[in-house]
Design a protein around this ligand. Structure first.
Ligand code: NAD
Ligand code: ZN
Ligand code: ZN
Length: 339
């Protein structure tokens, strides 16, 4: 069967591999669609070479149908439509014992630390599965994983109806956070430096501005009567945004760090003291976030289709990576994985 492999620094190839029969506690999924994520780009650039095993099958934002089940798997049957929460925890470390198995100290992220979904048949632990409602298409269901990230972020940010929320970065994750906060009844301001993404967000009825030309601090103060934002999400990974983020919250406001900042970044700690701010880290998701994401997607109220720029075959992956990196008119690209 066909699979897409990361073969080492900036090399992606489509080749063949042998399906893995599900052993006890596992299921084999016929993969339908798999979204390309920023993490896949990090792998592509060799930033995760210490974690991947070459050649590595990548991908983790997927949907599909169960093809086979291993022994001891009772809740799932062949033909079930599913998505995978790609986290494998140890169950024994202090984080797991404290109930935080999603950030297990020995966490294996499936698709980085073990083979991913960009193949025709993918074998994973049954405990990672979530059932898809029949009214959700398999294309839409490939967005459940990033939508679950957004649900987790908004939950940890404790966003309430009527609050004023600023989101720095209108990539797929920032846009999904905007959709979830709007659904929670908050007023949302999105900022990005990519005009295509600002325009796309505006087209979805979101209040979106270009961070290069708009004075965000002045705008937020103007729109909140000088109070500041209730909650700010840093979803850009950009140094300029970490400089702005501390200037935006109201007294006792929150800042949620969603973006990955691989290097230590200077942050104005004085503002935390002065306004009694709270800084919250948010990493991946828990089962309840996946459940919420599935419910929200199935409700049909989120414009999910609008963030899918296009769908390409497995062979189109390398070209799709180049397109995503060109900083051009791209939001989410899906890969079609069937035979
Ligand atoms: N917390 C988690 O578990 C988790 C999960 C998925 C992704 N992430 C991280 O979240 C971030 C966002 O993911 P994504 O897929 O949307 O990435 P992305 O790179 O597509 O989006 C980032 C956006 O930030 C914009 N940006 C750059 N500089 C900016 C600035 N100064 N002000 C405002 N916007 C600016 C970019 O134009 C881009 O649109 C990434 O860092 C990613 O690694 C974290
Ligand atoms: Zn992802
Ligand atoms: Zn653990």
């Amino acid at each position: 069967m066909k699979a897409a492999f990361y073969e080492g620094h900036e090399s992606i190839a489509t080749g063949s591999c042998t399906p893995v029969n599900p052993s006890a506690g596992q299921v084999q999924i016929r993969v339908s669609h798999c979204g390309i994520c920023g993490t896949d780009l990090h792998i592509f650039h060799g930033n995760m070479d210490h974690r991947v095993k070459l050649p590595q099958i990548i991908g983790h934002e997927m949907s599909g149908t169960i093809e086979a089940v291993g022994d001891d798997v009772s809740q799932w049957t062949v033909g079930d439509r599913v998505t995978v929460r790609p986290l494998d925890h140890c169950g024994a470390c202090p984080a797991c014992k404290a109930g935080h198995s999603h950030i297990c100290m020995n966490l294996k992220f499936i698709g980085i630390d073990s083979p991913g979904a960009m193949q025709e048949l993918w074998t994973v632990p049954a405990h990672t599965l979530h059932r898809l409602p029949s009214n959700l298409t398999l294309e839409q269901a490939a967005l459940i994983e990033p939508l679950a990230v957004a649900c987790h972020d908004v939950r940890l940010g404790e966003v309430k109806a009527g609050e004023y929320v600023v989101i720095l970065g209108a990539g797929p994750i920032g846009l999904l956070i905007a959709m979830v906060t709007r659904a929670a009844g908050a007023n949302v301001l999105l900022a990005d430096v990519n005009p295509f993404r600002v325009e796309l967000a505006s087209g979805l009825g979101l209040n979106a501005v270009d961070a290069r030309t708009v004075d965000l601090v002045a705008l937020v103060n103007e729109q909140t009567g000088g109070a500041g934002a209730d909650c700010v999400f840093e979803v850009s990974g950009a140094k300029a945004a970490t400089e702005t983020m501390t200037k935006l919250p109201r007294t006792r406001g929150r800042i949620v760090i969603v973006a990955i900042h691989p290097q230590p970044t200077p942050v104005d700690l004085f503002r935390f003291f002065w306004r009694e701010l709270r800084l919250v880290g948010a990493r991946v998701y828990e089962a309840q976030d996946f459940n919420q994401a599935i419910d929200m997607a199935a409700s049909g109220t989120l414009p999910l289709n609008k963030i899918i720029t296009k769908t390409v075959p497995l062979e189109g992956l390398a070209e799709a990576f180049r397109e995503m990196e060109s900083g051009g008119e791209v939001m989410k690209i899906l890969v079609r994985c069937p035979a």
